[in-house]
Design a protein around this ligand. Structure first.
Ligand code: SAM
Length: 287
């Protein structure tokens, strides 16, 4: 217990009471309270560098690629030609890093509310913040919800890489956010939003999917594994303006050479298809 008090970080959040995840800290690299949230960056003995916002793990060097690749390539590969992409959140740069790899993507706009997350990621988490170096990227510091109100029929794909629905992220989990995203999409556009875990909060998953279903003619839940997130699983709600889209059939597949050239370590077309296959208790709950 002494060790837990002195050298270990323990995640705690009201959203998942009664259980928690801890990791051993080698060094506290940074801690501050920004205008929007508490920000901590750690070097650890088993997970590499770790970013924590308001006490909740956002990404670890060990497993971030699973989340970043899947939230990016699932919607991008569902679209026939995803030239213009909007990322909301994503201040660590990891999703921008992945989106920039897609051969059809020409322009990326990233809207992050907290410039301190961007600055600290550039300083301590360059393996993700490399995404900000892409010549395809335009950075906008501001609220993604407000940004959406001023954009009409501009984007092929909108990816919401948000923190959990607390603080500045609450609005990004509401139905009117899905309505605003619909207006910001081109006619065959696709949205993909972080949507929580089936193990700890299936009601959040159900509500977020229902908001998406109410606004989009086609909607589905898909997921990946991220061992350092609560319960080790995280899902995404994906919606399309194309009614008869088959989400589990990628429009573009990559050869092994292409996967290696893009340094894809998790995403491939088999994983894409499997990501939409739901366990029985989830399939009927979300139907
Ligand atoms: N992969 C992570 C996860 O699922 O926990 C999310 C990572 S990324 C760091 C989340 C970002 O969303 C944070 O940097 C946060 O500042 C940003 N964010 C939260 N609310 C926002 C809003 N309303 N508009 C834009 N960015 C927002």
């Amino acid at each position: 217990m002494d060790k837990l008090k002195t050298n270990w970080f323990t995640e705690s959040c009201d959203m998942w009471p009664g259980g928690t995840f801890s990791f051993e800290v080698k060094e506290v690299l940074h801690t501050e309270k920004s205008k929007y949230q508490n920000i901590q960056v750690f070097d650890t003995t088993s997970l590499g560098k770790v970013l924590v916002l308001d006490g909740i793990i956002q990404c670890t060097q060990k497993d971030e690629f699973s989340y970043q690749e899947m939230i990016s390539f699932l919607p991008l590969c569902c679209h026939k030609n995803p030239e213009n992409v909007l990322i909301v959140g994503g201040g660590d740069g990891g999703v921008a890093r992945e989106v920039a790899k897609h051969p059809q993507v020409k322009h990326i706009v990233l809207v992050e509310i907290d410039d301190r997350v961007i600055e600290l990621s550039k300083r301590y988490l360059p393996f993700m913040a490399v995404g900000f170096d892409s010549p395809k990227l335009t950075l906008h510091v501001g609220d993604g919800f407000e940004f959406m109100k001023n954009h009409r029929q501009e984007f092929d794909v909108i990816i919401t890489d948000s923190s959990d629905p607390v603080g500045p992220a609450v609005n990004l989990f509401q139905e009117n956010y899905f309505s605003l995203m619909k207006s910001a999409l081109k006619p065959d556009g696709i949205v993909c939003s972080q949507a929580g875990t089936i193990w700890n909060d299936i009601e959040l998953v159900t509500n977020t999917l229902n908001f998406c279903k109410n606004q989009f003619p086609a909607a589905a839940y898909c997921y990946t594994s991220v061992p350092t997130y609560p319960s080790g699983q995280i899902g995404f709600v994906i919606g399309s303006l194309t009614k008869d889209i088959k989400f589990n059939e990628p429009q573009l597949t990559f050869t092994r050479d292409e996967e290696e050239a893009m340094n894809l370590r998790y995403y491939n077309s088999e994983v894409h298809r499997a990501a939409f296959a739901l366990p029985t208790f989830v399939k009927y709950k979300l139907a």
